[in-house]
Design a protein around this ligand. Sequence first.
Ligand SMILES: [Zn+2]
Ligand SMILES: [Zn+2]
Ligand SMILES: [Zn+2]
Ligand SMILES: [Zn+2]
Ligand SMILES: [Zn+2]
Ligand SMILES: [Zn+2]
Length: 262
Amino acid sequence: MEQLREMLDAGFAAGCVSSFFCSTCRTAVCHNCCGQDHLARHHNGDGQIVEVTLIRNGVPAVPARAVKSRRLLGYDWRGIQRIYYQGEDWVPILRQPEPDRRSKERCRCCRDPCKKDYCCAACKRTTVTSGQARDLIEALAHTDFARARIRDRYCLVCARAFSSVHCPNHANHHHGGHGVGAGDVVEIHYGDGWFLVREDSLPEQWLDGIMVQRIDWGGQRMVPVQRRMLAVPGGPNQCLAASCEESVQNPGEACSIRCLVI
Ligand SMILES: [Zn+2]
Ligand SMILES: [Zn+2]
Ligand SMILES: [Zn+2]
Ligand SMILES: [Zn+2]
Ligand SMILES: [Zn+2]
Ligand SMILES: [Zn+2]
């Protein structure tokens, strides 16, 4: 029961927003889901992790200090304007929806008012067709940093919920070589308002004698983990938790593991 409680408290129902780009994965990764040592765990220490922040109007940008100190991602960032935001200068990756009309220059690509040759990295990449790492800038420009990802995995070894997008192949990268198989990472599915896990994906003894309803979902027997946001009351049987109005299939059952260990 303690381990079940730990799983419920891992917060997988919460969305996770990434603020890092990995040059090897070529997509968003996240310290929340993967820890600080993504490069070491996933890529033998190779590659770069780049901090990305959404500045004004949700435009993704990298810190100007990161561009200055080294050739970030191997790209030549010169000629791209800086934008001041919350006490720091940022280099935008994409165009501003509302460019600063007071700027005297025009972007050589999109003609937006801007302070240098290019308003953003994407515009420079489009215009300057020579130079290194243009493919990385393209991947960066196509990464959606505003999108929250559901934490759709739970690792029984780490006792942590994470998003499979922000930490792909977790079992291999974090537990490879220690005899830990993929079965130790549980997939969390979302359907019909429920967070569900396959009955056979949890250790058998966890569910032994536990009165939680099973839901047929695409032919699989699933166990609901959390309550639904909006309960559907009025069935012949009601969830055994006094505070829950959800209908269940059999008398004496809880609608979800949450209602059992509440
Ligand atoms: Zn990576
Ligand atoms: Zn994450
Ligand atoms: Zn990871
Ligand atoms: Zn531009
Ligand atoms: Zn793990
Ligand atoms: Zn319930």
